[in-house]
Design a protein around this ligand. Structure first.
Ligand SMILES: Cc1cc2nc3c(=O)[nH]c(=O)nc-3n(C[C@H](O)[C@H](O)[C@H](O)COP(=O)(O)OP(=O)(O)OC[C@H]3O[C@@H](n4cnc5c(N)ncnc54)[C@H](O)[C@@H]3O)c2cc1C
Length: 177
């Protein structure tokens, strides 16, 4: 069953790094959580260059790690090359960067999600927010079915209104090709 409940405490839209961290954090705090992702096997998929950390990013990753996040842990499990960037320069400009196994990284994240109690995956596209009196009450899926929620986390990523054209087909968001 894709979405066994119709009412959640938290619905997270998007299964990128931001989405899985938000969903795991919510579920680990005991919230009934749903993560809406267009493709179950794409959750946690890495960018073209499968690096984690780097200049301007590794300090954020370390903060996530300190708060109990999964990304740094997952990078440790799936890392294949570790580097301290700018090691010849002063400590203020150094950064940790890992290159990960691109296939293994999302597989392990998906395994962690599957074994997190209270976290359900809804394999669909969120098409709208349900609003009542200016407050969010849930979302609508692309097939029109409503999912109720006390709060909705938008983790829809870096592509925003970006569109992909494949012949006559038009799609949005990060896809499999
Ligand atoms: C071209 C490019 C190259 C990059 N290269 C690198 C790199 O080499 N190394 C690196 O560390 N970072 C790289 N980045 C940055 C990195 O990809 C982003 O910082 C990171 O992916 C952002 O994570 P996110 O979870 O916010 O968004 P995303 O990873 O974009 O995830 C958002 C997810 O939400 C889904 N979504 C959107 N709308 C809906 C909806 N309505 N319903 C359901 N799901 C929805 C999308 O399909 C997507 O899966 C790159 C970014 C771009 C654009």
């Amino acid at each position: 069953m894709t979405h066994p409940e119709k009412e959640y405490d938290i619905v997270v839209i998007g299964g990128g790094h931001a989405g899985y961290e938000a969903a795991l954090a919510a579920a680990r705090m005991g919230c009934r959580t749903a993560m809406v992702s267009m493709e179950r096997t794409a959750i946690g998929r890495m960018s073209c260059n499968p690096s984690i950390g780097g200049i301007g990013k590794s300090h954020i990753l370390k903060e996530l790690d300190a708060l109990g996040g999964e990304m740094a842990k997952n990078a440790d499990y799936t890392g294949i090359q570790y580097r301290t960037l700018n090691s010849r320069k002063g400590p203020a400009v150094r950064a940790t960067r890992l290159q990960c196994d691109k296939e293994w990284f999302p597989i392990r994240i998906q395994h962690v999600i599957a074994n997190t109690p209270g976290l359900h995956i809804i394999e669909s596209t969120a098409s709208n927010l349900i609003l009542r009196n200016g407050r969010v009450k849930g979302i609508l899926l692309e097939d029109g079915s409503p999912i109720g929620s006390k709060a909705v986390v938008l983790a829809t990523g870096t592509f925003l209104g970006g569109k992909i054209h494949v012949g006559k087909k038009e799609l949005g968001g990060r896809q499999n090709w």
